[in-house]
Design a protein around this ligand. Structure first.
Ligand code: SF4
Ligand code: SF4
Ligand code: SF4
Length: 247
């Protein structure tokens, strides 16, 4: 399916998807979502503290982050985003959040995606495939190519930590396999879900629905859900490391 960026006459304020209890805890309080003078002063103060501590090119330059559709050219996004919050406000699933300072000074308050809160369906359900974030962005920091499709705009890739996965331990969980809208996860011969990277577009639904952290038995040592969506280059690096380590 092709994206259309033409105006959607319908009301932008579609009901947001409800987060479950565990996800509710992760919701950013409203003040963090904004770009107030206070936040800006706080950010600058934090940055100054980092400099004072000897920190750090990484903090200045920032991590690579998952971005909303149309924000995949990092230099364009960082150069043109004015941190106006419009994309955050219209996203029907609430997946867009402002990047915090620890993601780097250049990234701070730019839009990134929190797949604990929502997922990106390219506004298929609520706006017939017209990505509302792209539509409202006043600076074209988010801009899709004319021929962009759900399949060709890659937000990130799903990465599975088998040791944290319930199916790896109990063979009785198939939530992500069933929920993935693009059939990008399947069971391998050992009954463990594996991601089919050529089909995954990083929509984030698998991370949102993953129930691994709800089992204390399996995840006592886990620091995150068993499946999470990360930027493509991060997943490429993790996969290369896993290959090297024979995992
Ligand atoms: S395309 Fe729609 S669902 Fe996806 S991030 Fe943008 S506003 Fe949210
Ligand atoms: S709508 Fe555009 S300019 Fe505004 S915060 Fe989002 S990406 Fe940045
Ligand atoms: S594997 Fe996860 S991120 Fe990838 S397409 Fe399926 S649900 Fe979306």
């Amino acid at each position: 399916m092709k994206y259309s960026q033409k105006a959607d006459p319908r009301n932008l304020d579609e009901p947001s998807e409800e987060a479950d209890d565990s996800q509710q805890e992760a919701v950013c309080p409203e003040p963090q979502r904004g770009f107030s003078r206070r936040n800006f002063v706080f950010a600058c103060g934090g940055a100054a503290a980092l400099f004072a501590l000897g920190g750090t090119v990484k903090a200045i330059g920032g991590e690579v982050l998952c971005r909303p559709p149309g924000g995949q050219d990092e230099s364009v996004l960082l150069g043109q985003c004015i941190k106006c919050r419009k994309c955050l406000q219209v996203c029907p699933t609430g997946v867009i959040v402002p990047a915090p300072l620890e993601k780097g000074l250049l990234n701070v308050f730019t839009p990134t995606l929190n797949f604990k809160l929502g997922w990106c369906d390219y506004c298929q359900e609520s706006h017939e495939g017209v990505p509302q974030c792209v539509k409202v962005c006043p600076t074209e920091a988010l801009k899709l190519p004319q021929d962009a499709t759900v399949e060709t705009v890659i937000i990130g890739k799903a990465y599975l930590v088998k040791e944290w996965c319930l199916a790896w331990h109990l063979k009785n969980c198939r939530v992500c396999v069933d929920e993935c809208p693009y059939e990008a996860i399947e069971f391998d011969k050992n009954g463990v879900p594996v991601v089919l990277y050529d089909k995954c577009n990083g929509c984030g639904l698998c991370e949102k629905v993953c129930i691994s952290m709800q089992s204390s038995r399996n995840v006592a040592h886990a620091t995150d859900r068993a499946i999470t969506v990360k930027p493509v280059e991060v997943v490429d690096r993790l996969l290369a490391e896993a290959l090297e380590g024979g995992r």
